[in-house]
Design a binder for this molecule. Sequence first.
Ligand SMILES: Cc1cc2nc3c(=O)[nH]c(=O)nc-3n(C[C@H](O)[C@H](O)[C@H](O)COP(=O)(O)O)c2cc1C
Length: 339
Amino acid sequence: MRPANEELPAPVIDMTTRLGAVTFPNPVFTASGCAAAGQELDQFFDISELGGVVTKSIMLSPRSGRATPRMAETPSGMLNSIGLQGPGIEAFLDKDLAWLASRGARAVVSIAGSSVDDYAKLANKLRGQKGLAMIEVNISCPNVEDRGQVFACDPRAAAAVVQAVKRSAPTGVPVFAKLSPDVTDIVEIATACVEAGADGLSVINTLLGMVIDTTTMRPALGGITGGLSGPAIRPVAVRCVWQIRQALPDVPILGMGGIRTGLDALEFVLAGANAVSVGTTVFGDPTAPIRVLDELARALVDRGFERFEDAIGLAHKPPVLLLPEGPDPVGDELQGAAE
Ligand SMILES: Cc1cc2nc3c(=O)[nH]c(=O)nc-3n(C[C@H](O)[C@H](O)[C@H](O)COP(=O)(O)O)c2cc1C
């Protein structure tokens, strides 16, 4: 059941990618909060064909989220103020994670808390859970009442959460910290997370934004501010991935922000992402993640790659000059000038 590019044979390329201790069959994942736990998307394609399914951030207790309206359209993007609505960890484990495991999908469980202790308890609950491939620690949700709860805006607070999760998380399961672009120096936060034990970084969460309805002349969202996502944020996200790859060359990065096509995904990979998440695009095209996977594989084959991993961070290397065959006219000229 694969709707994208059905008529074309699958390109031959090794798409495996390593994130910490785990090797995933390919580098295309869903993004947290944009595909619930994958059940809806599974009607459109086999969810287990993706590298991983990143679930909506789950908290310890059930939560109803923020006031409505909670979505607003913006140029090339959207603003949401869902506010971590969810059933709580127990119901999530029984229903969602169990379903993902039964489908053979690799679950990346996103956790969110209001305190360091919340995160530690959530990580502890994940011990021994079938289907769990990785943990994404959402320390960057902009949709909280208290901006002081955005742990990813402060290196010490971010590190405290990561350290607590690492202590409680099951051994061998990579722990990724999800970062906010709403900081002056994202490399400082990334470094603090890695020094605290993060196995990798998810980059980026939404940007804090706001829309005013010019008819009602009031904020369009019930929560007043919300998180901006979609193609509008892609250059910001690519810049963040680039800066982190430059500063921390060996740390795995799950890149995201406005990916719509395989070429968008390739941009993240060339900037330094070891894998990508497809988020907002899914609301308009539920087949987007599997389509992006096909398109990315084809784009890599077209560019002569035999292994996905060879493309990671390539944009940081000096450009390869494509010289015409035969005598090099420029070289000859220079040679002559030297004589
Ligand atoms: C409706 C909506 C809900 C989201 N919920 C979460 C969430 O629960 N946890 C999280 O870490 N990120 C959440 N995000 C952020 C996305 O995972 C992603 O980081 C961001 O939207 C950028 O990617 P995109 O432009 O492809 O959507 C949410 C985004 C949207 C649009």
